[in-house]
Design a protein around this ligand. Sequence first.
Ligand code: ARG
Ligand code: ASP
Length: 719
Amino acid sequence: MKFLKLLLLLFVFQIHAQQGGMWIPSLLEGMNEKEMKSLGMKMSVKDIYETNKSSLKDAVPHFNGGCTSEVISPKGLLLTNHHCGYGQIQSHSSNEHDYLADGFWAFKMEDELPNKDLVVTFIVKIEDVTQQVLEGVNALSNEAEKQKKIQENISTLSNSFPKEAWQENKIRTFYDGNQYLLFVTETFQDVRLVGAPPTSIGKFGSDTDNWVWPRHTGDFSLFRIYADKNNRPAAYSKDNVPYTPKHFLPISLDGIAEDDFTMVFGYPGKTNEYLPSVAINQIANELNPARIEIRDQALKVADGFMRKDNAIKIQYASKYASTANYWKKWQGETLGIKKSNAIAVKKEAEKKFQENVIKANKQKEYGTLLSDFEKYYNEIAPYALARDYFNETVLRNTELLSVAFKFYQLEQMLSTKGEQAFTDRKNNLYNGLGDFYKDFSPIVDEKVFEQLLVLYTTKSPKQFLPSSLNNIDVHQLSKNIYSNSKLTSYVGAKELLTGDTKTILSKINQDPAFVLVKSMADSFLKEVAPSYDALNLKITALQRNYMKAQLELNTKESRIFPDANSTLRVTYGKVKGYEPRDGVYYNPVTYLDGVMEKYIPGDYEFDVSSKLIELIKNKDYGNYAEKGKMPVCFIGTNHTTGGNSGSPALDAYGNLIGLNFDRVWEGTMSDIYYDPSLCRNIMVDIRYVLFVIDKYANAQNLIEELQLVHPKKNKKNKK
Ligand code: ARG
Ligand code: ASP
C-alpha cells in the first residue's frame, strides 16, 4: 500500500503531460485518469477496468500468448491482426485452398475452422500481492536465496488465492521486482477462424513497408470464441456454442481526426525503459550491430534463392519474415537511439539522479548504483556479445546447426536426467523432424553456414572460440559438413535416431555437424553462459534497486510506469503526425489512393487484386468513406511494443476506431527510450476493416453481428 501511495504522489506532482507509458488498468484512477481526461477521454476509468460489472477489459483477451485481440460482437466474434493469425491461416491453406493468397471467409458459422493449439485468455481480476510475495525476503542477504524465496511465495499464493475451478492464477512482477500483481484469468481453447483478407491486403507492403510509415496494410483477421453450454472454456467440440462475452466493443463509424484522443488496450511483451546509459550504449553500438550483420548475411542468402526458386520461396517465406522483422527493428532502434540522443539524455538524468541521492542523504543505499552498473556492464560485454553470436548463428539462423543442437541436448539429457528422459526426448525429436525438414533446403543452408561461420570465427570474441574453429578454412569446413553430415536430410536424421541408446550416441558422435556443434556448445556452456548468468543476476539486482531509488527520489520530473511484461496495459495519446527529419512532415492518415500509388503488378509485396482495383475505380466504399476517400491506416502517440499487435484502438468513449499493428521507423527505439516527437504506433482504420469485410468479401453476415455507432454525429445532434 505504501508503494501505491508513492506512485500516487508522483502523479499529483506531475505538471507537464508528456506522452508514453504502458499503465496498469486497475491503477488508472490514481495515476492517469486526470491526464487521460485532459487529453480528451470522455469515459471514466471504471469503464476500462472494473470487477463488479463488465468493463472494456472483458472484451480484450491475450491472443495465443503473443498478440492481442478484441471481442466485437455479442456472439464472441474476435478481431486481431492478419500477422497474428498468419500461422492459422497458413495451416488451413493448401494448393486447392490458398487462403493466404485468396483470403478466407465463413459465410455461415458451420464453415468456421477450428484451430489446434490456439487459445485466448481473458483477465478476470487483478490484485496487488506485493506484500505476500516479498514476505521474509528482506531478511535474506544472498540474491539467489532471495529469488528462491520469492518463487516459493509465488507458488504458495498462486495455489491458495481464491478462484473458480476453470480459472487460473498468475503472478507477475512489476517495476523490476518492486511490485507483484496477481491475475485471475480464463482461457478459451476453442477459437475458430472466421475470416482473413488475401495477403495482398492483409500483408500489403510486406517486409519493405514493415516498421514504416506511411503504411497501407489491412492487417486484420477474424476468429470466434466458442464455449460450452454454460459459456465456460472447453476443449474443441462440435457441440460448443459461440461465446457470450461480458462486454464487446461497439465500432465507431465516425472516423478520426488529428488530435483526437486514442487509447490502445493490450498485452505489450517486453520493454527496457529504465536501463542505465551504459547498457543502452552496449545495445545500440555493440549488440544490435552484431545481430544485424549476422541476419543481414542470412537474409541475403535466402533472398537470393527465394527469388529464383518458387519452392524455396514457399519453404522460407515465414522464416524469412520472422528473421527480417527484428533485423529491421534493430536497425531502426539503433538509428532512433542516435537521433533522439537517448544516451546523452540518460546521462543527464543520471547526473541528476546522483545529485538527488546526495540531497536525500541516501549514498549508502544508492550511491554506487551507477558506478556498479558501469562496472558490470563492462564485465558482461564480451559474454553478452559471444552469447548473441552463439544464439544467432547456432540456435537461430543456421538450420543445420540448430537441428544438430537438438541432438546435442539429447545427448546431455542422458547424463543429466537418465535413460528414460533420453528416450522420451528422442521420440519427441524424431516426431518433430518431419516439420523441420519440410521447410529445410540444404543448398540454402550451406551458403548461410559459410557466411555466418566467417563472421563467427572473425568477429565473435576470440577467447571463447572452440579449438575446432581456430585457424580453419570455412569453405572447406562447410563443404565437408554439408556433404558428409546425415543431418542434411530427413532420412539421414531419422537414421541417426534409430537403434539403442549406445548406437545412437556412437552414430551422432561421428556426424561432422554434430561434432562441430558439440564443440561450439561445450565452449559456450562452459566459458560463456555461467559468467553471463552470474553477471546478469547482479545486474538484475542492481536494476531492481535502481528502480526503487527512482521511485523514491525522482518525484517531480519523472513519469514512472512499469516495463511491459506481457500483462494487460493501457496506453493513450492522440492521433498525430510527426516530423522525422528537417523539412519532412508525415500526415497521420493514409487512404486507398496510396495503395494505388504503391501498386506494382505481379510483385509479391505490392500487387493489388483486381477486385480491390475495381472497388477503388468505382469508389464503391459504402458507408465507410470520408469525403469520398477510403481511409486505410493512421498513427498516434500511443506507447506500444511487440505483443500490442491486434490491440484495439479506442476513442474517447471506448468505441473501436482502429487495430494496432506496428510502429514507425524513426520511433522503434521506444522499447528503450520513448521520444514523444518521434514515436508513433500504426493502426488500421476500423472503417477499412469494415469495408473489406462488407464490400470486398461480401460477408454481410459478419457486419450484421456488429454494433456500429456514431459518437461524433450524436454529439453534434445534442448541441
Ligand atoms: N513489425 C510488426 C511486428 O513487429 C509487424 C510484423 C509482421 N509483418 C512482417 N512484414 N513481418 O509484429
Ligand atoms: N508488430 C508488433 C506486434 O506484433 C507491434 C510492435 O512491435 O509495434 O506486436
